[in-house]
Design a protein around this ligand. Structure first.
Ligand code: NAD
Length: 499
C-alpha cells in the first residue's frame, strides 16, 4: 500500500493534511506525510473551557453507562485495527506487527475499563463511634490532559483515556509533534463510537496539535486537575514541578534504562530470543527496551557470540514489509544520539559490534541502523543514560548481589528481568533487596507488558502508574464519608464539647 493509501485507509483526508505549519515526516523514507494546522495557545485555552463543560455533564452519567462508550470504542478499534496499526507503523517506524500490537493494547485496555466501570469501589471502614458508618467513595476529578511520546503514539493514550472516560473525566490529548496523525485517526475512531453511544456531551475527547508550548498550556492550567505525561525525563522534570506548583496531579511515565540479568542456570535459548526481541524491537525505541545485559561470567562466552550472530542476520528495512524485524530510527537527531553514544563507548574502552548506518542509498533521508552490541569493561556514564536507539550494553558479573547492585545503579527504574531457573535467585531479584524497578520479571524480557498490571517505574521514570490494577484511582478523587445514624453526637477521639 502507498503512503497516501495508508493515510486515507485510516480516514485522514487531504484538506486535514495540507496547508498547516507542522510538517510530519515518516521515518520510513523521510518524506512528508502532511502539514498540519497547529493550535494556538488561545485555542488550547478554549479546549480546556469546553472540557470543563463536558465534565459537568459526564461526571453525572452512571459509570457503567460511561463504560458503554468505552465498550463501543473497543469495538470500533477492532474494526480499524489493521488501518490504525499500519498508520502507527508508517508514522513512527515500528514494524507492522508491533503497530498491530499497539492497537491490540488499546482494545485490551478498553475491555478492562468496561469491567472496571462496574467496580469503581471504595472501602467501608469501622467507625470508633457508635451509630456511625464510615466509607470511602470515588468521584470524577475533572479534565485529564494526556501528553504522549512519538514511540507509542496511541497505546499510552488509550491506557489513560479508557480509564479517564469510565472515571467520568474528559480528555485533552497532546500527541507528540512527531506522531500526531495516529492521534487524529484515533479521534475519528472515537467519534464513531460516540455516534453509536448517542447522548455523550460534546468535547469528551479533544486533540491538540502542536509542539511543546501547546503542552505547556495544559500543564499550567488549574482547570486541568490531572496531567498524565509520557516522554523523556527532561520533559518530566519540566512538567512535574509545573503541575505541583498549582497542586495538580501528575502521572509521569518517563525514560527507562532496563536490564536483564542472565544467571548460570538460565535457559539460554529462551534468554536469547527474549534479548533480541526486547533490545531491537521498535529499533530500540521503547521505554522498556532492553539496554543493559548483565551476564554471569561462566556463560558469557556461550551467550554473547550467539547474540552477535543473531544481530548480524536481523532483517532491517521498511517496517511495513512483513519480512522486516527492525525499522528505522525516528529521525536524524536519534541517529546522531546513537553515534555519539557509540563514540563514548569506544572512549570508555568498550567493544562495539554493529551499530552502523544501513540502507543509506535506498533511503538517503531516513536513518536505518544495524543494532549495536557494546561490551563494556564497567557501567560507565554512557551506560547509565537512556540513549533512545538500539544499543545493548553488555557487562559480566560473578556474584548475584553484585549483579543486582549494578542493575540498580542507574537513575531510571522502569523495567527489569532475570533469566534464571534457580528459585532462590529469582525470588531474591523480586524481593525488597532485588530490582528497584516498577516492573520486574522472571524468564521474560523487560518489554511487552500486559494491560492487567499497573505500568510505570520509579526514580527518574517518574513514579506514575497506568493501565491495570488500581491505576484507575489516579483519575478520581477520593472522599471519606462518615454518616451518623444515631441520635447522639459523639466526637472523635472522645473529645468533650458541651454547649
Ligand atoms: P519527549 O519528552 O521529547 O516528548 C514527549 C511529549 O511531551 C511530546 O508530546 C512533547 O511535545 C511533550 N513535551 C515536551 N516538553 C514538554 C513540556 N515542557 N510541557 C508539556 N509537554 C511537553 O519524548 P519523545 O522523544 O517523544 O519520546 C521518547 C521518550 O519517552 C523516551 O525517553 C522514552 O523512554 C519515553 N517513554 C516513556 C514511556 C513510559 O511509559 N515510561 C513510554 C513511551 C516513551
Amino acid at each position: 500500500m502507498t503512503h497516501s493509501g495508508v493515510l486515507s485507509a485510516a480516514g485522514l483526508t487531504k484538506p486535514e493534511l495540507t496547508g498547516g505549519k507542522l510538517a510530519v515526516h515518516t521515518p520510513v523514507d523521510g518524506s512528508a506525510l502532511g502539514h498540519l494546522h497547529v493550535h494556538s495557545n488561545s485555542d488550547v485555552q478554549k479546549m480546556i473551557t469546553k472540557a470543563t463543560a463536558a465534565f459537568k455533564v459526564w461526571r453525572a452519567v452512571p459509570a457503567p453507562r460511561r463504560g458503554e462508550l468505552v465498550r463501543l470504542l473497543g469495538e470500533e478499534l477492532r474494526t480499524e485495527k489493521e488501518n490504525l496499526g499500519r498508520l502507527v507503523s508508517l508514522e513512527c517506524g515500528k514494524i507492522y506487527q508491533e503497530g498491530l500490537g499497539e492497537v491490540q493494547e488499546m482494545i485490551d485496555i478498553c475491555d478492562l475499563a468496561v469491567g472496571l466501570s462496574r467496580q469503581l469501589f471504595g472501602l467501608t471502614i469501622a467507625s470508633e463511634r457508635p451509630g456511625h458508618a464510615m466509607r470511602e467513595t470515588w468521584h470524577p476529578l475533572g479534565p485529564c490532559a494526556v501528553i504522549t511520546a512519538f514511540n507509542f503514539p496511541v497505546a499510552p493514550w488509550a491506557w489513560n483515556a479508557a480509564l479517564a472516560f469510565i472515571c467520568g473525566d474528559p480528555v485533552i490529548w497532546k500527541p507528540s509533534e512527531k506522531a500526531p496523525l495516529s492521534a487524529l485517526a484515533t479521534l475519528k475512531v472515537f467519534e464513531k463510537a460516540l455516534a453509536k453511544f448517542g447522548d455523550a456531551p460534546a468535547d469528551l475527547l479533544q486533540v491538540v496539535v502542536g509542539e511543546r508550548d501547546t503542552g505547556e498550556v495544559l500543564v499550567a492550567s488549574p482547570d486541568v486537575p490531572i496531567v498524565s505525561a509520557t516522554g523523556s525525563t527532561r520533559m518530566g522534570s519540566a512538567v512535574g514541578p509545573a503541575v505541583a506548583k498549582r497542586f495538580g496531579r501528575c502521572i509521569l511515565e518517563l525514560g527507562g534504562n532496563n536490564a536483564m540479568i542472565v544467571a548460570p542456570s538460565a535457559d539460554l535459548e529462551m534468554a536469547l530470543r527474549a534479548i533480541v526481541f526486547s533490545a531491537v524491537g521498535t529499533c530500540g525505541q521503547r521505554c522498556t527496551s532492553l539496554r543493559r545485559l548483565i551476564v554471569h561470567e561462566d556463560i558469557y562466552d556461550q551467550l554473547i557470540p550467539r547474540l552477535k550472530n543473531a544481530y548480524e542476520t536481523l532483517s532491517i528495512g521498511d517496517p511495513l514489509d512483513a519480512n522486516v524485524l527492525v525499522g528505522p530510527l525516528i529521525d536524524a537527531a536519534a541517529f546522531d544520539g546513537m553515534t555519539r553514544a557509540l563514540a563514548a563507548v569506544q572512549a570508555d574502552g568498550g567493544k562495539v559490534s554493529g551499530g552502523g548506518r544501513v540502507l543509506e542509498e535506498t533511503y538517503p533521508n531516513a536513518h536505518y541502523v544495524r543494532p549495536a552490541i557494546a561490551e563494556m569493561p564497567s557501567q560507565t556514564a554512557i551506560v547509565q543514560q537512556e540513549t533512545f536507539a538500539p544499543i545493548l550494553y553488555v557487562m559480566k558479573y560473578r556474584q548475584l548481589d553484585d549483579a543486582i547492585a549494578l542493575h540498580n545503579d542507574v537513575p531510571q527504574g522502569l523495567s527489569s528481568c532475570i533469566f534464571s531457573t534457580d528459585v532462590r535467585e529469582a525470588e531474591t531479584f523480586l524481593s525488597a533487596v532485588g530490582s528497584d524497578c516498577g516492573i520486574a520479571n522472571v524468564n521474560i524480557g523487560p518489554s511487552g507488558a500486559e494491560i492487567g498490571g499497573a505500568f510505570g517505574g520509579e526514580k527518574e521514570t517518574g513514579g506514575g502508574r497506568e493501565s491495570g490494577s488500581d491505576a484507575w484511582k489516579g483519575y478520581m478523587r477520593r472522599q471519606t464519608n462518615t454518616v451518623n445514624y444515631s441520635r447522639d453526637l459523639p466526637l472523635a477521639q472522645g473529645i468533650k464539647f458541651e454547649i
